[in-house]
Design a protein around this ligand. Structure first.
Ligand SMILES: C[S@@+](CC[C@H](N)C(=O)[O-])C[C@H]1O[C@@H](n2cnc3c(N)ncnc32)[C@H](O)[C@@H]1O
Length: 261
């Protein structure tokens, strides 16, 4: 049968035969509704869109569209200071002089990795993300000495068992990825397997997402079963003063993976 995808009514009729089509259409409209109502001065994609995501496939679709404008339209416009803050906390924890291997979880366009490379200059940084378009932008980021920020970039869905890493890292770092519509506590436990025994994790988790989605219980369980140390939390601003989102908070969760491995 030939499908006419021109109007919602046509889709509704045809959805009697293809129910998934209507579901997909509604989701698409819901995801992008905010965009059509905003004025031209605003970013075409924004936090509302990102927080409304539900599945890894939603994330792939949104970041496919957002990759080329993310740095200027989202990070700069909104005074996104979280990557710099988490890199600073990480550097204070692990030191700045050793050639540590660091995995940037949900590295996106590479803002966190860039900040880390400026502070822990000898670090060897890999990144992992579900979006090939975001990873492509990350691959263009350079260190102060003009070498690439990232040594290796991996495309992977972190809600699935980890198969991309051949080595275990000294440090895992993340900003902006453990948030509404993105990764939850199960993925956090999942990524612990990429850190070597005794290695550190410095993971930013949106504070409201942390409270609503069982991160405390998951971390308590991991700590009780001696998989990790008792975590320490540092509350930080995600956006700087002057940003429309100033006041949105994250809990930077610092812990180390059990040396007993
Ligand atoms: C808000 S961006 C943050 C990017 C970067 N860390 C930053 O601070 O700018 C969230 C990132 O999480 C990635 N992501 C979402 N779901 C994922 C999944 N299931 N597995 C891996 N990465 C995912 C997205 O592709 C996106 O690049």
């Amino acid at each position: 049968m030939e499908l006419s995808l021109t109007t919602p009514e046509a889709i509704t009729t045809q959805a009697a035969i293809l129910p998934d089509l209507l579901l997909a259409y509604r989701k698409h409209i819901g995801l992008y509704r905010g965009r059509t109502m905003r004025d031209d001065n605003e970013s075409s994609i924004n936090l509302e869109d990102a927080y409304a995501l539900e599945t890894p496939e939603d994330n792939r679709a949104l970041y496919r569209s957002w990759a080329s404008t993310y740095d200027a339209d989202f990070a700069q416009r909104n005074k996104y200071v979280y990557p710099k803050t988490i890199a600073t906390i990480c550097a204070e924890l692990v030191g700045t002089s050793s050639p540590l291997t660091i995995l940037d979880i949900g590295c996106g366009t590479g803002i966190v990795g860039t900040c880390v490379s400026e502070l822990i200059t000898a670090s060897i940084i890999d990144g992992v993300d579900i979006s090939p378009e975001m990873l492509h932008v990350a691959s263009t980021k350079l260190r102060v000495d003009t070498k690439p920020v990232y040594d290796q970039l991996f495309e992977a869905d972190l809600t699935q068992p980890i198969s991309f890493a051949n080595v275990k890292y000294d440090v895992a770092i993340s900003a902006g990825t453990f948030t509404h519509g993105h990764l939850g506590p199960d993925a956090l436990i999942n990524v612990m397997s990429v850190v070597r025994p005794g290695g550190h994790m410095v993971i930013g988790i949106n504070k409201k997402h942390f409270g609503a989605n069982g991160f405390a219980a998951a971390l308590q369980k991991a700590s009780d079963s001696q998989l990790i140390s008792t975590p320490a939390f540092t509350e930080v601003q995600i956006y700087d003063e002057g940003s429309p989102h100033f006041g949105d908070l994250a809990l930077i969760t610092s812990l180390y993976v059990s040396p007993r491995g």
